[in-house]
Design a protein around this ligand. Structure first.
Ligand code: UN1
Length: 508
């Protein structure tokens, strides 16, 4: 399978992709991409250095000077053709995601669908980059705003959505008239090469080379240069809060623009009136899907004390039926964590939870899958001690651990929802209009995403995606997120023969 999807995507034709055995052992200019389900090498990838980074950004700048002059609907046609090509290659690309980052095949395909969806969205958007017209206070004056291309955009992406998050940025940036310099996670370089190759090949065939660019390198060689680079007016970065703080500070230091999509510590509130079957199914997907490695994963469950003894057994029953193993095997719902470090972080969090008085209801250990030397762990539920906090639940551990708390009044549940540093996604399960509306009111959830009777993960591309507080404040994907990729210009035209000053000033 490995060879098949790599071949279908043309990866062996890429000069920077090497057979794993052919890479010089210990060569610091090369990384090996490993399959997290088997621990085996898939291929080796040659890294960029300072010089190739520089050439890449210079090329992106040059391409930008031409691309910005292409009419937006024509840019949209290029994005449309890219979306069509991704549709054609959906299966191998989805399987490559599974192979390289270990998410189950259904989710690998779902991720590629998300990229197709945002391409479709961007095509429509290419005819809707609307500005406003304002009435001028002066006679014979017209005042309006227009949105203009911004420049080459730097995109930094994480391992867990190695195709879709780039697509959210790249497809919008492209219709907005920007070129893209993409620095993917070093844990998913092959998916990045495949995704960028499709976009670049299609755009080049249509006469627009150099719009989509890739730099693969370590943070010190490439990442730091990129965030400090004044040729990139916008840096859009997805990853940890620690990474985002660094990016935010450096970009602010050069007065650049940042779009930050950082950690989440998302909660589901289950109210006393909730449909518990619906809630249990949604919690299962949101807490266990992608082996708990989405930024939108449900990490905390806040349950009304009158229903917790009904809900928990249902969840435990469902957890017991989950099959863990090879993510390519469609019978499995949970694949591996990304690497051994993630397994260590999982085990450490479970141990800390125990020390802090948490009770492990199910799971808590690593899993040995016969025949596979992968990073598998058990989806885990930890019950917080009654009337005491569980400090570890304030941290985002990128693994399938769900901490369970109880509440008496919905206001208290909302306070608990908000009582973490991050503010990405949140949800309430309830059949009470009053509870649902309290959750959505100004004193309700403080997150960028607030759902009713839907889990915290699996957002559609049509809405703006992102969160508040330590999540970084950025919004990507749908709604009017495109505005981050353009510069706004306010224009006033005097078509009269007199110079009229605003604010009624009479100047001589
Ligand atoms: C992420 O985990 O970084 O809402 C993105 C979701 C997906 C995107 C997640 N559509 O879960």
């Amino acid at each position: 399978m490995s060879a098949e999807c790599l071949r279908a995507l043309g990866l062996w034709d890429e000069p920077r992709v090497l057979e794993p055995g052919k890479a010089g052992a210990g060569d610091p200019g090369v990384i090996v991409s490993e399959n997290p389900a088997t621990g085996r090498a898939i291929a080796a990838v040659r890294l960029d250095d300072a010089a190739s980074y520089d050439a890449c950004v210079a090329g992106a700048r040059e391409a930008f000077l031409k691309w910005r002059e292409v009419p937006a609907p024509v840019r949209g046609q290029v994005v449309r053709a890219i979306g069509d090509e991704v549709r054609r290659l959906k299966t191998p690309l989805g399987e490559l995601v599974t192979l390289e980052v270990g998410k189950i095949r259904q989710e690998g395909l779902g991720e590629v669908q998300e990229s197709i969806d945002i391409a479709d969205f961007a095509v429509g958007l290419s005819r809707q980059l609307y500005g406003l017209t304002m009435p001028s206070e002066r006679p014979c004056h017209r005042m309006f705003e227009q949105w203009l291309p911004l420049g080459p955009v730097g995109v930094i992406s994480a391992f867990n959505f190695p195709n879709a998050v780039w697509a959210w940025n790249a497809m919008l940036a492209a219709v907005c008239g920007d070129t893209v310099v993409w620095k993917p996670s070093l844990l998913a370089p092959l998916t990045a090469i495949a995704g960028n190759r499709i976009a670049d090949r299609v755009a080049t065939q249509m006469g627009h080379p150099g719009v989509f660019r890739l730099v693969i390198g370590a943070d010190d060689a490439v990442g730091e240069r990129m965030v400090a680079d004044r040729r990139l007016p916008l840096i859009s970065a997805t990853g940890s809060c620690r990474m985002g703080r660094r990016v935010g500070q450096v970009v602010a230091g050069r007065l650049g623009r940042c779009l930050l999509e950082l950690g989440g510590n998302n909660a589901v509130i289950v109210d006393r009136s909730a449909d518990l079957d619906l809630a249990a199914r949604a919690i299962l997907f949101a807490a266990v899907g992608t082996a708990g490695q989405r930024c939108t994963t449900t990490r905390r469950l806040i349950v009304h004390e009158s229903v917790v003894e009904q809900l928990l057994p249902r969840l435990v029953g469902a957890y017991k039926q989950i099959r863990i193993g090879d993510p390519m095997d469609e019978r499995n719902l949970v694949g591996p964590l990304i690497n051994a470090r993630a397994v260590d972080a999982f085990l450490a969090a479970v141990a800390t939870a125990r020390e802090q008085g948490g009770r492990v209801v199910i799971g808590g250990d690593r899993v040995r899958v016969p025949g596979l030397d992968g990073n598998f762990v058990e989806p885990t539920i930890v019950r917080a001690p009654p009337d005491r906090g569980l400090p570890i639940a304030h941290e985002e551990t990128f693994a399938p651990i769900l901490y369970v708390f109880t509440f008496k009044e919905v206001e208290q549940a909302v306070r608990m929802n908000n009582d973490v540093d991050q503010g990405l996604s949140s949800a309430i399960f309830t059949d009470s209009v009053r509870s649902a509306e309290r959750f959505l009111a100004p004193a309700g959830s403080d997150c960028g995403i607030a759902n009713v009777n839907i889990g915290t993960s699996g957002a559609e591309i049509g809405g703006a995606f992102g969160g508040e507080k330590d999540t970084g404040g950025g919004r990507e994907s749908g709604s009017d997120s495109w505005k981050a990729y353009m510069r706004r210009q306010t224009c006033t035209v005097n078509y009269g023969a007199h110079l009229a000053l605003a604010q009624g000033i009479n100047f001589g």
